[in-house]
Ligand binder design. Structure first.
Ligand code: PGA
Length: 237
């Protein structure tokens, strides 16, 4: 059996400039991860080539934050999976709730993007998760189950369970709630890493990573602080 991998992924979202990117690369590469820990940083598109260059030869992998379902074409402002691959990316986030909400992406769109990522040789990190209203209505499993049925490609992928209400809010579900949802997801999707995302920071990373069924974390805000992201990497065992 291969050793279970723990994945620490940083989603910079629409933040950063070349100087911050350098500092974050330096900090992430400087922390020696425990065996079986994989670190991935996902900078905004204009910083990808720089970040791939700075991290070349290090243990840190680089991912895009989104990709188009097509490989090329008249899609102004979009980025294709083969383009990400060509600059040195190994991963790409698809279906983040900010894409689903602000860009109207459906699970069917997400599936196409994930399929395009696989075709280009990238590992898609597919985000799923319920809103607060859905959780308060007791529908979180129904919503996540539907997202799983409709968003997943044929092939290897990483899932990230990110309750929408936990993203950027400083609120996290209880460890019991994280465990319950991860059990539910791993009951449906076998042999795929399932990360947790939403207000992960250096103070809560170790306890979240210790929840059975959690294969890693997808970190937003805290991944923009060199020190803090380093401490999150160090928390992974
Ligand atoms: P956050 O974002 O860590 O800032 O809550 C997580 C995410 O959206 O991936």
């Amino acid at each position: 059996m291969t050793q279970r991998e723990t994945i620490i992924a940083g989603n910079w979202k629409m933040h950063g400039d070349p100087a911050l990117a350098s500092a974050l690369c330096h900090a992430a590469a400087a922390v020696a991860p425990a065996p079986g820990v994989q670190v991935v940083v996902c900078p905004p598109a204009p910083l990808l080539a720089q970040v791939c260059g700075e991290l070349a030869g290090s243990h840190v992998k680089v991912g895009g934050q989104d990709c188009h379902a097509e490989a090329q074409g008249a899609f102004t402002g979009d980025i294709s999976a083969p383009m990400l691959k060509a600059v040195g990316c190994t991963h790409v986030i698809v279906g983040h709730s900010e894409r689903r909400t602000l860009h109207g992406e459906t699970s069917a769109d997400v599936r196409k993007k994930a399929q395009a990522a696989l075709k280009a040789g990238l590992t898609p990190i597919i985000c799923i998760g319920e809103t607060l209203a859905q959780r308060e209505a007791g529908k979180e499993r129904e919503i996540v189950g539907e997202q799983l049925r409709e968003s997943l490609p044929d092939g290897y992928f990483i899932l990230a369970y990110e309750p929408v209400w936990a993203i950027g809010s400083g609120r996290t579900p209880t460890e019991g709630d994280i465990r319950a949802m991860h059990d539910y997801i791993t009951g449906i999707v076998k042999a795929r890493p399932v990360l947790y995302g939403g207000s992960v920071n250096a103070a809560n990373a170790a306890s979240i990573l210790a929840v059975p069924g959690v294969s890693g974390v997808l970190v937003g805000g805290a991944s923009l602080k060199a020190d803090e992201f380093g401490r999150i990497i160090a928390a992974a065992r």
